[in-house]
Write a protein that binds this ligand. Sequence first.
Ligand SMILES: C[S@@+](CC[C@H](N)C(=O)[O-])C[C@H]1O[C@@H](n2cnc3c(N)ncnc32)[C@H](O)[C@@H]1O
Length: 301
Amino acid sequence: MEEFNDPKPFIKWAGGKDKLYSQLEQWLPFNITKGDFKNYYEPFLGSGAVFFNLAKKVSFDNVVLSDINEELILVYKVVQRDVSELMELLDQYKNRYSKLSDIDKEKFYYDMRFSYNNQRFNINHKKYSELWISRAAQMVFLNKTCYNGLYRQNMRGEFNVPFGKNYHPSIYDQKNIELVSKLLNRVEIKSSDFSSILDNVLNNSFVYLDPPYRPISKTSNFTDYYKLGFTEKDNNRLMEKLNLLNRQNVKFMLNNSFPLNDEYLKKYYANYSVNLITANRMMSGISSKRGKVSEIVITNY
Ligand SMILES: C[S@@+](CC[C@H](N)C(=O)[O-])C[C@H]1O[C@@H](n2cnc3c(N)ncnc32)[C@H](O)[C@@H]1O
């Protein structure tokens, strides 16, 4: 894989690691830039910030990027295969939107959200088709104009994030999305629960994991973040898989919010090295509630 200049995430995502990357970088395996790992896996992809940052310096023979959110993965696959068509549609939306009054911009947003939600029944997420391109364009546009770039669905599977009152959004950066498309052309992108990805990790791999955060207070609500949530049971499944990878000598790095008690630390991470970094958590919709919280980085090296 040739080295890529400066690819960046092209969508906003809750828990996105772009700003935190410089802190995370110090916990990567020290020899990662020397070509010591042939394969890279990122099963909680989100905006892909860690992979995009890594790709500036490291090239892997095989890369597998995945996430359980099939609407998110649909967008990645369209960027991978049909980026020009995607940009054309985004230009159309951008031009129409930019000419509207603020009130009409809000209406434009809700009309698009309505259409996006209605279209979901016409999409076969298992089979790539032309329809994916317009769906991806709507998703990117909604992502850049909704509140805080959140992706939240109600129990019926409808995207229900309100208008973000961003009247002059930057929808996409042409150079970047073309660069990302080129980069994605060489990687495997999958919509999947993490377990089947981690069951098929090859030797000589590095795995980066960024699961949804554990609630750090009683009021933090996982279901706000993704309709399926990430439960204690999921965390147990994840730790079982990681213990297995560890036995196979696969190296991994995992992020999570700082556990409040030692019991949790002991239960899950006793065999690994636990490091602390601080993050401005962006999970809460209410800006006054955002603050510095600690975050843990677990490594098995
Ligand atoms: C904290 S975000 C990842 C953020 C990412 N590192 C970034 O920089 O944008 C967690 C991601 O895990 C995904 N996810 C939740 N449950 C999952 C599961 N069981 N298997 C795979 N992915 C899952 C969510 O859809 C979400 O995109």
